[in-house]
Design a protein around this ligand. Structure first.
Ligand SMILES: *Cc1c(COP(=O)(O)O)cnc(C)c1O
Length: 241
């Protein structure tokens, strides 16, 4: 068993990435088995925010291709440094209007859309010749003041609006639930999101994505149908605050 504990490596040591990735994959496999899921239907998005390009290269060398970023300027520098690779870029953070142009030009996915205005700008600004941006609507499932995301009751209206935009493809839902370290409590908000997802598909949408689960709750997310788990710390180590 490889020791992947944080103390084993300095925070930004690229050599730490492959063993930690393997440990995260082992968790995904074990959870898939436990909850009778096909592990092939669960994609790992490695959240590389605030981490250097050489760590991302180390992950690419270990066959990781989906990467999530949250800070635009930091992300653009790394995307430019890694143009020679097959990396697929996911913007997982909240998006301000002044950032839509760069996101539309550089990212394949946006996971945290909660306003039509931002969705419309992304569609309008997607450069000609690029495929539609894959979009997840972020739902504030626990109704927390501190979190972004649309209220559950408004998700269907926003989904219908986004579905009309030509350069976006509505893929599914994302949430970041209130913190809990109890497995059964972690499942509840994910189950509630799953219910909204099922309702949207009944209404005629063709959603295929539940972007749920991070380092601390990926097993609960897989139990409730996660198709994309977003893991940062357990792959790249702790981030500077
Ligand atoms: C930072 C971040 C993550 C990863 O969180 P970890 O706890 O480091 O695994 C996942 N999703 C989003 C939206 C994030 O901003």
């Amino acid at each position: 068993m490889v020791d992947t504990s944080p103390s084993e490596f300095s925070p930004d040591d690229p050599d730490a990435v492959a063993p930690r990735l393997a440990a995260v994959h082992a968790r995904i496999q074990a959870a898939a088995k436990r909850f009778d899921r096909d592990p092939q239907t669960i994609r790992l998005v490695a959240i590389s925010k605030k981490k250097p390009a050489d760590m991302i290269r180390a992950a690419l060398a270990a066959h990781q291709i989906d990467f999530g970023e949250n800070y635009l300027q930091d992300a653009l520098a790394k995307i430019a440094a890694l143009v020679d690779t097959d990396a697929i870029w996911h913007f997982v953070g909240d998006i301000q209007s002044n950032k839509t142009r760069d996101i539309a030009a550089n990212f394949t996915w946006a996971h945290a859309i909660d306003r039509f205005k931002i969705a419309r700008r992304l569609s309008d600004q997607r450069p000609d010749g690029m495929p539609p941006i894959s979009i997840c609507i972020q739902v504030n499932i626990d109704d927390e003041d501190s979190k972004s995301g649309i209220a559950p009751a408004e998700a269907e209206t926003l989904a219908a609006q986004i579905a009309e935009l030509p350069n976006l493809r509505l893929r599914g839902l994302m949430t970041i639930p209130a913190y809990s370290d109890d497995f059964e409590s972690q499942r509840k908000p994910f189950a509630a999101l799953r219910a909204i997802y099922d309702q949207l598909n009944k209404a005629g949408h063709k959603l295929d994505t539940l972007s749920i689960g991070m380092s601390a709750d990926l097993e609960a997310a897989i139990a409730e149908g996660a198709t994309h788990v977003r893991v940062g710390t357990d792959i790249f180590g702790t981030r500077p605050t």
